[in-house]
Write a protein that binds this ligand. Structure first.
Ligand code: FES
Length: 104
């Protein structure tokens, strides 16, 4: 099983941590287990509270309805729902991005 380094950053939150996430684990779940508090609500891919922006590498979403919250430009900018996201490579993710979705 592949394990990836996922770097979570948010300057305003003072966050810059790298966690190891298995290819079949959700980023949000592992962050939480590591004591990193990220925003969430439904944990099922049906809101946008957990939105992050992948700026390097990528993740794959499983389930939920991310296309309801992100248009193609926002997808291209890297917006993903972290509660349903598995890493597919080492990656870097800006966290706490729900307030910024509409800027893209
Ligand atoms: S917490 Fe609702 S989509 Fe992730």
């Amino acid at each position: 099983m592949a394990v990836y380094n996922v770097r979570l950053i948010n300057e305003a939150e003072g966050l810059d941590e790298t966690i190891e996430v298995d290819e079949d684990e959700f980023v949000l779940d592992v962050a939480e287990a590591e004591g990193i508090n990220l925003p969430f609500s439904c944990r099922a891919g049906t809101c946008s509270t957990c939105a992050g922006r992948v700026i390097e590498g990528d993740v794959k979403e499983s389930g939920g309805n991310p296309d309801m919250f992100f248009n193609s430009g926002q997808r291209a900018a890297g917006f993903r729902l972290l509660c349903i996201s598995y890493p597919t490579s080492d990656c870097t993710i800006l966290t706490n991005q729900e307030p910024n979705i509409s800027q893209f």
